[in-house]
Ligand binder design. Structure first.
Ligand SMILES: Nc1nc2c(c(=O)[nH]1)N[C@H]1C(S)=C(S)[C@@H](COP(=O)(O)O)O[C@H]1N2
Ligand SMILES: [Mo]
Length: 423
């Protein structure tokens, strides 16, 4: 058989996708379809058991196939001295596309999930307004709504990478405080218009109804721009873990400011200086000065497959895929390297990237059976390029672990085992 000559896109096996398409699926060898009509033709053409009789009835609430694998969030162990505090992480390495199923959306709670009966819940808008307003859930549902597909990322996501270690980390354990959903709700500007914002009001102080009384101050420009009083998540009422019955949603900004179980919005001249914007969620720099109000999440990307703790079964062609996102706009480009950043090839985007939304990239890669370091590097519509870890460490040090958007490196050893590495 004539040996196929792949068109190389970059070092250590990254391939040109257009060239690969021309070869058709048979060109994919080990990674693609097997020739359909070899010696197993008889078995392949037989009618399988499940086609011979009617299947299960329609049901009221759907579930994944029992053959599709057990997809689970990864939750930390409860801490008795921090009741309800903690998080659970999205299994990014097992998902495709860009939308996170609601049951797998990551969670971060400071005092657990309150069990809110919407009939007893009120959202108040007060402070520097013409007329203070109180909304019942029922009333909020009457307003015209808009939908936006946006990622949500905790500013502590990927923070562990700055400290080092974590060779056995996975996409989920290292980066799983990241999800993406279609959020539907009333634009905050609509409700603020009705309340009548006084000209001297510069900040909106948002407070949650959980026992943590989570509070964050939102600058008025953002509040009037794209912030939602969100009621639905991927078409269904927001789940309790995401803030049922109503949450604030601030697209592109650190997760903490999207206050869940929203109960008050107070218009103020100055930020409220809540605990969560003074002692927490500020970024202390190497010189021990602290940055306050570091809202947007930086441009970032991550190869989700192959990734940490996976194994490549044999040398051959693999589809490298992952997600990219930016709090500053849309993803413009993702490049992938298989040689630890020495050479790069541009990946294909699966769909036109949305504003402040996850985008999925893919590129074919021929693993030779030798060592490799897989990396991805994203650039956004505002001109930001994802930095390497050393750049983040030099700029931000290790006192604070928030807002780490560095390039993730997955090392492949010559047995095909994949681990988190630092290059
Ligand atoms: N009321 C309230 N809002 C909150 C929190 C909280 O504990 N209480 N956690 C914040 C943090 S730190 C993050 S990262 C996001 C997480 O949102 P999610 O749980 O829907 O993923 O919610 C934010 N809003
Ligand atoms: Mo967070």
């Amino acid at each position: 058989m004539k040996e196929l000559q792949w068109e190389k896109a970059a070092g250590n096996g990254l391939l040109n996708r257009r060239h690969l398409l021309q070869l058709g699926l048979t060109g994919l060898g080990a990674a693609g379809a097997s020739a359909a009509f070899g010696q197993d033709a008889g078995a392949i053409l037989q009618i399988p058991e499940w086609s011979r009789m009617p299947g299960a009835n329609a049901s009221a609430y759907g579930e994944r196939s029992r053959y599709a694998g057990d997809l689970q969030r990864m939750a930390g162990t409860p801490d008795p001295i921090y009741p309800g505090g903690g998080s659970s992480r999205t299994p990014l390495q097992f998902l495709q596309g860009t939308i996170t199923p609601n049951a797998l959306h990551f969670e971060r709670h400071h005092a657990g999930i309150p069990d809110i009966d919407p009939a007893g819940h009120t959202l108040v808008i007060n402070g520097l307004v013409r007329q203070p307003l109180a909304f019942s859930y029922e009333n909020l549902l009457k307003y015209p709504m808009v939908s936006r597909i946006n990622f949500l990322e905790c500013s502590g996501n990927s923070g562990a990478l700055l400290r080092g270690g974590n060779a056995d980390g996975t996409a989920q354990s290292l980066h799983g405080l990241l999800s993406c959903a279609e959020w539907t709700g009333v634009p905050l500007s609509t409700l603020l218009d009705e309340a009548g914002v006084s000209p001297e009001a510069r900040w909106v102080a948002a407070v949650g109804a959980d026992a943590a009384s989570m509070g964050r101050s939102v600058p008025i420009e953002k509040a009037l721009d794209d912030v939602l009083v969100a009621l639905y998540q991927n078409g269904e009422p927001i789940r309790p873990g995401q803030g049922y019955p109503v949450r604030l949603f601030c697209p592109g900004w650190e997760g903490n400011i999207s206050v869940k179980w929203l109960t008050q919005l107070k218009l103020m001249r100055e930020p409220a200086q809540f605990r969560d914007e003074t002692s927490k969620y500020t970024d202390t720099m190497p010189d021990r000065s602290s940055l306050q109000f570091t809202f947007p999440m930086g441009v970032k990307s991550l190869i989700t497959s192959p990734s940490g703790r996976m194994n490549l079964p044999r040398p051959g062609i693999y589809q490298v895929t992952g997600v990219a996102w930016s709090g500053h706009g849309a993803i413009r480009r993702v490049e992938v390297s298989a040689d630890g950043g020495a050479t790069w090839a541009e990946a294909e985007m699966q769909a036109e990237p949305g504003d402040k939304a996850l985008a999925r990239f893919t590129i074919p890669w021929e693993w030779s059976g030798g060592p490799a370091v897989l990396q991805s590097r994203a650039a956004d519509s505002a001109g930001n390029v994802q930095p390497v870890r050393d750049e983040v460490l030099a700029a931000r040090g290790t006192i604070s672990f928030y807002h780490n958007n560095c390039i993730q490196s997955w090392g492949v050893d010559d047995g095909g085992a994949i681990s988190n590495v630092y290059v």
